[in-house]
Design a protein around this ligand. Structure first.
Ligand SMILES: [Zn+2]
Ligand SMILES: [Zn+2]
Length: 249
């Protein structure tokens, strides 16, 4: 079994962190772990976030961030790859996708060789819809959903990524559109196959007290029917949550 989305987040880039991750993975019968961090942790990707600076809540969030160089991460991945572990370890990035900065992103990503790249829609025209419930005040929910999936289609068509992150994370604060999402789910499934991308059944929403772990059941059914490659992912921000809630899916 794979856990395809595990953050270092605030855990240090040390062999001890890796050993802790490996030991939890083994306890949970996970034999492959995909480790990553967000692009918004690194100086080298600050340019990506220009669109969020036009939204007050998102800009405030971004200004408070402390950045490090991606070289710290890259040096660490080389060290880990030179050693042997009982579970297979892959390294990648979770990349915030913005149509506005796609071309610059394409150039930047050419500099790196990761095992995988997970593309994520975390912002809709500057709005950090998963940053706080406050971000939803006064927004048109139908329009938010439409834009979320339009941006997701562009993400997939960019062919910059191997995996699409949490493709229904917009439900986080329990806002739902008035229109039927099934045609949207079908379109996303077709596009993922066309561009040979996988997606994930991400259990990470438990951290936000979302009522159930993982993908919306209707979306999951559409993806399975279309035979889209799906792997489980915990989105763990601490090693102890690797594989969390996999047994509930
Ligand atoms: Zn994410
Ligand atoms: Zn994540």
């Amino acid at each position: 079994m794979i856990d395809g989305h595990i953050h270092f987040h605030k855990q240090p880039y040390t062999l001890e962190t890796i050993e802790n991750m490996v030991s939890v993975a083994k306890e949970k019968n996970i034999d492959e772990i995909w480790l990553l961090d967000h692009t918004h942790k690194f100086h080298e990707f600050i340019f990506l976030y220009e669109p969020v600076m036009h939204n007050e809540l998102s800009a405030n969030w971004f200004r408070k961030k402390k950045f490090i160089s991606i070289n710290e991460y890259l040096d660490f991945t080389s060290l880990v790859k030179s050693r042997a572990y009982d579970v297979k370890i892959k390294f990648g990035l979770e990349v915030c996708y913005f149509p506005e900065t796609e071309n610059l992103l394409r150039e930047e990503l050419k500099k790196y060789q990761f095992d995988f790249l997970i593309g994520a829609v975390h912002f809709i025209d500057g709005i950090g819809f998963d940053l706080s419930k406050e971000a939803w005040i006064g927004v048109d929910v139908d329009q938010m959903y439409k834009r979320y999936y339009e941006i997701m289609e562009l993400l997939i068509e960019s062919e910059l990524f191997t995996t699409l992150a949490h493709p229904d994370s917009i439900k986080l604060y329990n806002y739902y559109p008035t229109y039927d999402l099934k045609p949207t789910y079908l379109r996303i499934a077709q596009l993922l196959n066309k561009h040979q991308m996988s997606t994930e059944n991400n259990t990470g929403l438990w951290r936000y007290q979302f009522p159930y772990p993982g993908l919306n059941p209707e979306f999951l059914e559409v993806l399975k029917k279309a035979q889209v490659r799906i792997h489980l992912s915990s989105d763990a921000h601490e090693y102890k949550y690797i594989g969390a809630y996999f047994n509930c899916l």
